[in-house]
Design a protein around this ligand. Structure first.
Ligand SMILES: [Ca+2]
Ligand SMILES: [Ca+2]
Length: 414
């Protein structure tokens, strides 16, 4: 459904009638000019099937057999680490070492690739005994970890990639049932922002800290934004300093409603849940047009039940402009839909002003074969090395995604 039509230009020209009027000539000139004005990398958005690269040491379990993905032309995907079942969120330290949370194990892992061969050399337990550690963020050399009920700062003083101290920043983070993941982002103001999803599918929360983004400048939570059923991916645009998040819509309303949302998350705003979804649409049970008028609509609506989790701005990636200048989103995939959807990485193109500037388009798909899912993307990270990293809690892996421009076809062919 996200089939992008940005490059429909040449098709329009090919299908035109042979009688060229002046107007048509002008149109052709404009189309030709538009084609010339396309970004240099003129990205073809048709996906191609590629084999997943699997280093010998990871050829077991899910990766014992040949696996394929569909990717934008020029993209390669390989296993960076495997055997990390329940792999969730990622962060990278100043030395380019990738960190990974495994909430089901209570651990945060460090995954150094010292020989830079594109695969983690070893899996080091950076910290253990944590309470469902999920969101990670580095700030001033410390690793902030969002746990169920708290945010802690972990520090490795001797550089062995094992934490030596843990300091609790706040205990004013709601724990409890329902959407348990806590994600975290550090603002340009140095404040800590934590997303806490709802305790239920659709209900009126007693704890105001649920279904909200909380802001911490000290130990006490401040309600920053509300009406966010389950915002998981949360990221500041490093250029504009604005906060963006993806929200998971209510289940059981239908196959294609409500849309999953990309929201520009701003102070004091109400994003609707449980009363409204999408662009101020009243929830059939709880909502009303009056109640919805004061809510903030999403910036981008996406396929219902895709389950968007981690997000990352692509700035700095060694990828085509359209991917680099985008908000990348990992879709975990549906459960509340007869035909599965999601199970992929998409990009929402952003313009120079830092606003979404087009429909989301697929970057990598294929973890769901149509019969079964052998993997489920969770988080996406734009590496300092220009590569993209994608975690997968089902296959228990992190993938490294790289790009090399496809060789141009020789002229005169076709
Ligand atoms: Ca390595
Ligand atoms: Ca240490």
């Amino acid at each position: 459904m996200y089939r992008n039509t940005f490059y429909a230009g040449p098709k329009v020209a090919a299908g035109a009638a042979p009688k060229y009027t002046h107007i048509m000539k002008t149109s052709f000139a404009i189309i030709a000019l538009l084609i010339l004005l396309l970004p240099q990398d003129g990205l073809c958005l048709e996906l191609r099937q590629v084999e997943l690269g699997v280093p010998q040491k990871f050829k077991k379990g899910t990766f014992a057999e040949k696996r394929e993905l569909k990717v934008l032309p020029g993209i390669s995907v390989s296993v960076f680490v495997s055997g990390v079942e329940g792999a969730r969120f990622m962060a990278e330290n100043a030395d380019g070492v990738l960190f990974l949370s495994v909430p089901s194990d209570g651990t945060v892992l460090a995954l150094p690739d010292r020989d830079r061969d594109g695969a983690a050399d070893e899996v080091i337990v950076y910290a253990r005994g944590l309470k469902r550690p999920h969101g990670l963020a580095f700030t001033d050399g410390e690793l902030l970890v969002a746990e169920a009920g708290s945010v802690a700062a972990l520090r490795d003083d001797d550089g062995d990639l094992k934490a030596d101290s843990k300091k609790v920043i706040t205990n004013d983070v709601p724990s409890g049932g329902g959407h348990w993941t806590r994600t975290i982002a550090v603002g340009p103001d140095k404040a800590i922002y934590v997303a806490a999803g709802s305790s239920c599918n659709a209900c009126i929360e007693e704890d105001k800290r649920r279904a909200a983004v909380l802001k911490f400048t000290g130990q006490e939570a401040e309600l920053f934004a509300t009406g966010l059923r389950n915002t998981v991916g949360l990221e500041f645009d490093p250029i504009t300093g604005k906060l963006w998040g993806v929200d998971n819509g209510t289940d059981m309303l239908g196959e294609d409603i409500p849309p999953e949302e990309v929201n520009l998350i701003e102070q004091g705003k109400d994003y609707g849940w449980p009363y409204c979804y999408g662009n101020k649409v009243p929830d059939p049970q709880l909502g009303s047009a009056g109640r919805c008028a004061g809510t903030t609509a999403p910036e981008v609506e996406m396929q219902a039940h895709s389950a968007p989790l981690g997000v990352a701005f692509g700035y700095g990636l060694k990828f085509p402009n359209m991917v680099e200048n985008s908000l990348l989103i990992a879709f975990h995939g549906s459960w509340n839909r007869s035909v599965p959807t999601g199970y992929k990485v998409v990009a929402v193109p952003f313009n120079e002003k830092g606003s979404p500037a087009g429909k989301p388009f697929d970057v990598i798909t294929g973890w769901h074969t149509g019969k079964e899912a052998w993997g489920r993307p969770v988080d996406v990270h734009a590496g300092r090395d220009g590569a993209m990293y994608v975690s997968d809690d089902h296959a228990g892996a992190v993938y490294k995604v790289t790009y090399e421009a496809p060789k141009k076809k020789a002229k005169g062919k076709r």
